[in-house]
Design a protein around this ligand. Structure first.
Ligand SMILES: C[S@@+](CC[C@H](N)C(=O)[O-])C[C@H]1O[C@@H](n2cnc3c(N)ncnc32)[C@H](O)[C@@H]1O
Length: 211
């Protein structure tokens, strides 16, 4: 079973997400294991400090290396993935590559990010989910996990869903429709109502777009 451990200052975000949708089903069916590790538990001193001011000055705080090092080494995994806006851009090829690993630590930054030395020591991948900056690595980690987990066999109710998805073979998926047949004067394409499966398949193929 693939297992994922999210190292974060906000484990409640991960735990709440685990109760929803296909992730919850996948957990119940023992198709995946997801754990969250509270970085604060590895903080220094009475106040469990995890961040400090940057050397050389500048705005914000930096995640200290010691708590991260302890959290990572006490959660042994095949690889450590750091979420960072300056990392390699996530795409479906990278998702397929990550799927090969049985256990992954996903490390979530906050504030101004990680002390650079922790990346040099522990990082196997630095991954960005897009060219915009959010305040923490938790939403990027959940984004990555959802993209990974839906590709694990038996997680999706119908595995056909994965075959014609956007980004597969550099295509954008065909448009989909449901009831009613007419909505605000807009009709569902006639062929989809025809019951002619050969014609419907043709229409679907012709309505895939190149990226
Ligand atoms: C405010 S950001 C730090 C930004 C950093 N000072 C910079 O400019 O690269 C705090 C944390 O959010 C996460 N983060 C923000 N945007 C992200 C993105 N596009 N992809 C992945 N992680 C991101 C990272 O974990 C990062 O350490």
């Amino acid at each position: 079973m693939n297992s994922y451990n999210v190292i974060t200052l906000f484990p409640n975000l991960i735990e709440e997400w685990k109760n929803t949708g296909i992730i919850n089903q996948a957990l119940k069916n023992n198709l995946v294991a997801i754990n969250s590790t509270n970085l604060r538990d590895y903080g220094i001193g009475t106040y469990k400090q995890v961040d400090d001011a940057p050397y050389g000055g500048g705005p914000g705080m930096v995640l200290m290396p010691e708590p991260l090092d302890k959290a990572i080494t006490s959660s042994k995994a095949d690889i450590n993935v750091f979420l960072t806006p300056s990392g390699q851009q996530l795409n479906e090829n990278l998702i397929s590559e990550l799927l090969e690993y049985k256990s992954i630590n996903l490390v979530c930054g906050r504030y101004e990010g990680y002390d650079q030395r922790i990346l040099e020591i522990h990082s196997d991948y630095e991954i960005s989910i897009g060219q915009s900056v959010v305040s923490g690595g938790e939403i990027p980690a959940l984004y990555l996990l959802e993209a990974l987990i839906r590709k694990i066999p038996d997680v999706l109710g119908n595995p056909e869903s994965l075959k014609s998805e956007t980004f597969t073979d550099n295509k954008i998926d065909y448009p989909v429709y449901t009831r009613p047949e007419i909505f605000k004067n807009k009709k569902v394409p006639e062929v989809l109502l025809s019951g002619n499966h050969q014609k419907i398949d043709e229409w679907k193929k012709n309505n895939l777009k190149d990226i």
